[in-house]
Design a protein around this ligand. Sequence first.
Ligand code: ACM
Ligand code: ZN
Length: 668
Amino acid sequence: MKSRVLGLVALLVLGIECSWAVSPADSLGLVPAPRTVELNDEGGFIYSPYVAIVADCEVEEYVRHYLPGGLFDFGGVVEILKDENLELPAEGYELTVKADSIRVRGVDREGLLNGFHTLLQLFPKEVYGGNFAGSCEIPALRIVDWPEYPYRGMHFDIARTFSTREQVEEMISHLAHHKINHLHFHLTDDEGWRVEILSHPELTEVAAWRGGDSPIWPVYGAWEEKYGGYLTQQELRHIVAFAHQRGVTVVPEIDLPGHSLAIGKVHPEILCPVEIDTSRSAGYSKQNVWCVAREENYALLEDILREICDIFPSEYIHIGGDEVDMSHWRACPHCQALMRQMGYTSTAQLQEHFMNRLTEILASYGRKPAMWNEATNSGTLSRDVRIHGWEGLEECRKVAEAGYPTVVMPGPYFYFDMRQSKNEDGHNWAGVVTLEKCYSVDLDALGYSAKAKQNVIGFSGAFWTELYLTHRHKYENYAEYQIFPRACALAEINWLPQRERSWQSFAERLERHKGRLEAMGISYRRGTPAEPEGRVITPAMRCSTSLPFRSEKSASQLAAYSNDYGHRTSRTSRDGDWILYEFVEPLVGVVVELTTGYRHVARGLFPSGVVEVSTDGKTFREVCALKGGCATLTLTEPIRAIRLRCTRTGNGDAFVYIQHPIIRKNEN
Ligand code: ACM
Ligand code: ZN
């Protein structure tokens, strides 16, 4: 009581106003919700810059970043200290707010950080700006809390679109505030090699860049411009320390033996010596798989993994294992000879052979491997491997049932590169992933056995960045738009057991929590974007193109405006290719959306090109350039025909997708 009175006096002297309202538990809007919250009716703690902060030395610097506090108890005390006698599971904490004190007691360092992150949510949202110098009342309460799952993850890909150290750290900070404690850091892929390897500087010199004159072509993305970047080891160490301070473990991923097109452009000798037919893709080879039988490959891999282990102290190193195109191994005489020598009957066994070699390297540095779920297809992979299941909940169930420690992160629930409503930007191969869908995962309802559930160590979101670059210009921050608030749902399902989750309660708390997201500076998705204005019309037209369609029906279906997924051609784009829409009646007073490639996904498109219009159907004039394969025209004079003309050969694929235009009456 003494401290409360002193606090009040201090506030009155300083003329600072504060609110005394005590909120009921739900209106605190905590995300993720704690296990137990008891609110007390007595007055809360008056926080002011005059309170003393006493924090365990392992978290003190971080705590003081937000709550600098004072050294002397002129207005009560905020204590953040470990208590190993607390009877709570790992990472558990107790948070008690009384009139004279706030006490966070953690069973371990992680528990302290979890408690501190809850405490911050009890402050006005301005606390997230750092160096909080305001005053406020924190309601009297007692929270006892611990997580359901130890691996609360978010995967972040900087291989497809590069992110700087600062951008990655900002993301880690946002995740930490949601008690997400693992960053699965995807550092290499077909489209880029983003980690400095001191013994092989050529990897980043060449493979950190694509587009322009780089040997690494874009598939998605900007075509004329050379772009990219990489993180130095010094920057990566900074990221690791930054994350550790916030209770986040960085798990690096070097995606092997597939997804290795970028390193294969620098060291083509690592690939199987097989001929690839690239005639339909204008010379663009997708050969991206390491040869298993080439012994020298393991020396290069050891160089890489040794440095990775040196930079990243995590117990697990992710070495990929997904989407391996095994046709190269079937065609490779050396891989075939190895299979015969070892008595393997399937290429899945050959993949296991490769993964086991890497596992041995990691073991020599005291580390364990994590892999994607396909790596288990041989049936004999060691159960010590941590598996990240991405293909579906059923695949995750199978690996968990088979005895692997399993991170559940299937595309249809947790791939945050999927679009969030039908007509929004983003992939859709795993469907539309709404916030509610992400929250709805229920392993009981999906038939997971007790054994399978026991092997699930947590859920992870994933953000693959093929589309980040192409959509970046349209958003303040496309990564944040895609990740939040879905990561809030992810945080809660990781934190609470199924029986304690409630979509309705979460949705209500989230509304309150959005103020915090805003204060953290997150450009989260506010809601489903409005459809463009204007009634869609389908005026009679003919569609033709210089490209060969795969299906005979495509031209007539295009003219009928049917099939919103588009029509695939049987080769890539060439300089001079065209798509022509001829209207039976001249079109005017309309807005025309023109798309090459997939809708909302910049792939299979005309990588560069122009739009031409014709008033007589014979002579054309250029009106604009295609951007990301798309353009929008407002027709103010009668137009008989629109032609899209490609100005670049090759789009990174062996096809183009041709779409019907979307035409809206311009009612403005
Ligand atoms: C993956 O999405 N290929 C792991
Ligand atoms: Zn081979």
